[in-house]
Write a protein that binds this ligand. Structure first.
Ligand code: DOR
Ligand code: ZN
Length: 440
């Protein structure tokens, strides 16, 4: 799969900002040059995509790739291959690596690691700690600031009101947060003796924990008029909170909260143990409605791999989190076939919105001038998810055994094919995502 200077994709049904139609797309050296170029426009390579859909590459701005420090679970190379297979051309990775990404030096180290290991484009968040305000104020080359207002995997946890006020008041980058109220979680855990089975996970990390913390964080954001994004919304009630703060606050949903509820613990056990915990059937229905109504604007995975051995430990020793990066688009396409959403909504939630939320330059839409990060998708092709076939290093999926309809056929990053019909072009390396604030 060599790199051709000029590539034209013909006959694909393209999801363009102004509608979905058959078009030709021409790109040159990593940039989209033209949509429907003149028939005389020359190209070194022509791809006939008859029967396929051309979409902007998926941007997943919420992933945990474990590199550095926890690379027995995943690393930037294996994760990036899983991205390529799933149609994800850019990711933004969370800071709960080891050591945690709380300094500019650690951010620059992760950027360097990704430049060596990742076949897709990459970006990172800097985490708030209790005493790194200066690093947050001066942070460069990051998408934004992540705050764990509530503890999760790792020990990044900021709950002190004064510290939170200072972060919202003094920093300029957009902020996102994991919202689960720690005192509520601790009180529930004490009442339940720490929890005996995985069912207790949703009683400990309950509705109230999520609602309280999301309320608190959204109030801070509005008070300081600071762009804020609520990560992995899990309850119906949080939708009302986000709606009340529209304009300053945005929110996302993850496939696991859109697919699973407490009714699935008997079947899937700790595979669906994650933070925030899954909630009720009614919450699942409400999250879909929240997406369709526009209260939530993005679908991202929170890809959080742990080994099956780690997951097999008895609750509450079992860690929270599940992998999904190579399945998220196929899951959403399957949901589309089930009548839950349209293809254009999927492109909005998985491509356009992440680019907009983090002000990425040249991403998220098929328009001339944008980066040639595109995917060819067969909307009808069926495949069954199998643990053993997962590219993620942890080699399992909560959707093992599920038949999905809709599959990525080819993934192109910066004009270069990195995945095609099950084969990887492992020699390509992605580029760092660029942000609007860097252009100023
Ligand atoms: O379930 C989760 N796992 N939630 C998080 O917030 C972190 C993640 C992880 O890193 O394992
Ligand atoms: Zn996460």
């Amino acid at each position: 799969m060599p790199r051709a200077a000029r590539v034209r994709i013909d006959n694909a049904t393209c999801v363009l900002p102004d509608g979905t139609r058959t078009a030709s797309v021409l790109f040159e050296r990593g940039t989209i040059l033209d949509i429907d170029p003149a028939p005389t426009a020359e190209a070194d390579e022509v791809i006939d995509a008859t029967g396929l859909h051309l979409l902007p590459g998926v941007i997943d701005h919420h992933v945990h790739f474990r590199d550095p420090g926890l690379t027995h679970k995943e690393d930037l190379h294996t994760a990036s291959l899983a991205c390529a297979k799933g149609g994800v051309t850019s990711f933004v990775e969370m800071p709960n690596t080891v050591p945690p990404a709380i300094t500019q030096a650690e951010i620059d180290h992760k950027l360097e690691l990704a430049s060596q290991k990742s076949v897709v484009n990459y970006g990172f968040y800097i985490a708030a700690s209790t005493d790194n305000l200066d690093a947050l104020i001066n942070a460069k080359r990051v998408a934004g600031i992540k705050i764990f207002i509530g503890s999760s995997t790792g020990n990044l946890y900021v709950d002190d009101q004064e510290t939170l006020e200072a972060i919202f008041a003094k920093t300029a980058l957009p902020i996102c947060a994991h919202c689960e109220d720690e005192p509520t979680v601790q009180a529930n855990a004490a009442r339940l003796d720490g929890g005996r089975t995985v069912h207790d996970h949703s009683r400990i990390r309950d509705h109230e924990a999520a609602i309280r913390c999301t309320t608190r964080a959204c109030d801070l954001a509005t008070h300081h008029n600071h762009r804020f994004h609520v990560l992995h919304v899990s309850t119906a009630q949080e939708l009302d909170i986000i709606k009340a703060h529209a304009g300053v606050v945005t929110g996302e949903a993850c496939p696991h909260h859109l697919w699973f509820s407490i009714d699935d613990y008997d079947r899937l056990g700790t595979r669906i143990q994650m933070n925030p915990a899954v909630k009720n059937r009614e919450d699942v229905v409400a999250l879909w409605e929240g997406l369709r109504s526009g209260i939530l604007c993005a679908v991202v995975t929170d890809h959080a791999p742990h080994t099956l051995e780690e997951k097999a430990q008895p609750y509450p020793k079992s860690p929270s989190g599940l992998p999904a990066i190579e399945n998220s688009l196929a899951l959403m396409l399957t949901a589309m076939h089930d009548g839950k959403c349209t293809l254009e909504q999927i492109v909005h939630w998985m491509c356009e919105s992440p680019a907009t939320i983090w002000d990425m330059v040249g991403k998220g839409r098929l328009v001339p001038g944008n980066d040639a990060d595109v995917i060819l998708v067969d909307l009808d092709r069926r495949h069954t998810v199998r643990d053993a076939e997962q590219v993620t290093k942890c080699k399992w999926s909560a959707w093992d055994g599920e038949e999905l309809r809709g599959q990525v056929v080819r993934t192109i990053v910066g004009g270069v094919t990195v995945f095609e019909e099950g084969r990887f072009n492992d020699s390509h390396r992605g580029s760092p995502i660029r942000y609007g604030y860097e252009q100023a």
